[in-house]
Design a protein around this ligand. Structure first.
Ligand code: UDX
Length: 431
């Protein structure tokens, strides 16, 4: 049955959730304090790079409203999703100020039964805090649900509409039924549990995926010592259904605004509950070391060919997004600049975002080829499919030295070998 839903916050999670819920037939009001953003959204302009989102918004615009008027949205809605940003703080704790502010504003405008749904990634115990906070302003009946989101940037719509599961953390049957109704058109298991467990499921899921990546990166580093091939090793262990083949792509490390933040958040949650986590710390240490190891590979090539100019393919933290937050590419480039090397880079969509972090310290190129002209080594840092379409023979002619270091074990080694390139990777092939 169609529900009246408000979504507070129109970032990746909020906007994707809003548009997808509208595509399921619900009446959705998307709320954001940023008036410019709302004005753009009213014109169908999407403030983030996410494949298919603009089209889906267009298609279901009859079910969508965009406003910066939170009180009115609360009055018109039965269910209110909180999808505001919860950024990381230096000590790994989560900055809940936007979240807390939104909860207070919602509570001050409730004039009847409402369900508040935590969609933002928040530490365990937050749903209980929301309950107490609402009661300061509203004495009527309401419920609080934890409903973490597992979508990935670049495949957000697919991940929202075809998830592996929908997690519903609630201890109220009435609210649980409403949530099951909201997601009834989604063909996936609905995992109902307590709010505290749902909140930890989000952290644990992201930390496990990050751990899997750091594990295969550790294995890749061992492969380089034993002459094994991590791509083969990943295949071999991935065939064990208890391990699974996904998220075993070794490389220069994970990035993005979620993994680092959530591992740090979980470490902080553990420490503030007097438990000393061990594995989680190593997940981050291995990840940071992976960028150091990659820079050392570049420096070794440049020492051999007395070069100074590094060409970089990819700035985004992964393909299909313009997001450079915690991008390994940015981290590697900053280290190279610190060492006095010259960098020229190309990314199909993330250059503007990269400029906010790197400024004019590097040359931004219009094509993959331009980023290879007269370089002493070429480093692949984001596995964009277009880098597979390159004419390798032509490329070799424009580079000062035909040396490529593949930070994603992504490039066609057969073609590169045939064309006489020097190739290095992460625990994979070397020639
Ligand atoms: C992640 C989670 O996947 C998602 O469920 C959650 O909701 C938000 O955080 P996202 O950050 O968009 O999603 O990216 P993801 O596709 O998970 O990739 C994260 C990083 O890991 C990227 O830098 C990617 O390049 C890297 N990665 C991924 C690897 O290095 N190896 C892999 O095998 C997979």
């Amino acid at each position: 049955m169609s529900k009246k839903i408000a979504i507070i916050g129109t970032g990746y999670v909020g906007l994707t959730s809003g548009v997808c819920l509208a595509s399921l037939g619900h009446k959705v009001i998307c709320v954001d304090k940023d008036k410019d953003k709302i004005d753009k959204l009213k014109k169908g302009e999407i403030p983030i790079y996410e494949p298919g989102l603009a089209e889906l918004l267009q298609k279901y615009s009859a079910n969508l409203t965009f406003t910066d008027d939170l009180p009115d949205a609360v009055k018109q809605s039965e269910v209110i999703f909180l999808a505001v940003g919860t950024p990381s703080q230096d000590d790994g704790s989560v900055d809940l100020s936007f979240f807390q502010q939104a909860v207070a504003e919602i509570a001050q405008n409730m004039d009847g039964y409402r369900i508040l749904v935590d969609k933002s990634t928040v530490p365990p115990g937050t749903a209980n805090w929301v309950k107490k906070e609402v009661k300061k302003y509203y004495q009527g009946e309401f419920a609080v649900v934890s409903n973490p989101e597992f979508l990935r940037e670049g495949s957000a719509i697919e991940d929202f509409l075809k998830p592996d599961r929908v997690v519903i953390g609630v201890d109220d049957e009435k609210a649980k039924d409403v949530m099951l109704d909201i997601y009834s058109a989604i063909d996936a298991p609905k995992f109902a549990t307590t709010a505290q467990s749902a909140e930890l499921i989000k952290y644990a899921a992201n930390s496990f995926l990050a751990m899997k990546i750091s594990f295969i990166n550790e294995i890749a580093n061992i492969c380089e010592k034993t002459g094994s091939d991590v791509v083969e090793v990943a295949k071999g262990i991935g065939l064990d259904s208890r391990i699974g083949s996904q998220f075993l792509q070794a490389g220069v490390g994970f990035g993005g605004s979620c993994f680092s933040k959530d591992v740090a958040g979980l470490i902080h949650t553990a420490l503030s509950n007097n438990y000393q986590p061990r594995i989680l710390g190593a997940v981050m240490t291995v990840n940071e070391a992976q960028q150091e190891i990659f820079v050392d590979k570049i420096k070794a090539v440049l020492a051999r060919n007395q070069g100074k100019v590094v060409g970089v393919w990819g700035l985004a933290f992964k393909p299909n997004t313009d997001d450079t937050r915690y991008s390994p590419a940015i981290a590697v480039i900053k280290k190279l600049l610190k060492e006095g090397y010259q960098v020229k880079a190309y990314d199909p969509v993330a250059q503007d975002n990269a400029k906010t972090e790197l400024g004019e310290a590097i040359d931004y190129c219009k094509s993959a080829q331009e980023a290879a002209i007269d370089v002493d080594v070429l480093a692949l840092l984001t596995d964009w499919p277009e880098f597979l379409e390159v004419d390798w023979a032509e490329l070799k002619k424009i580079m000062r030295s035909p040396s490529i270091i593949d930070g994603r074990n992504f490039l066609p080694t057969g073609d590169l070998a045939k064309n006489g390139f020097h190739y290095q990777s992460i625990g994979h092939k070397f020639f």
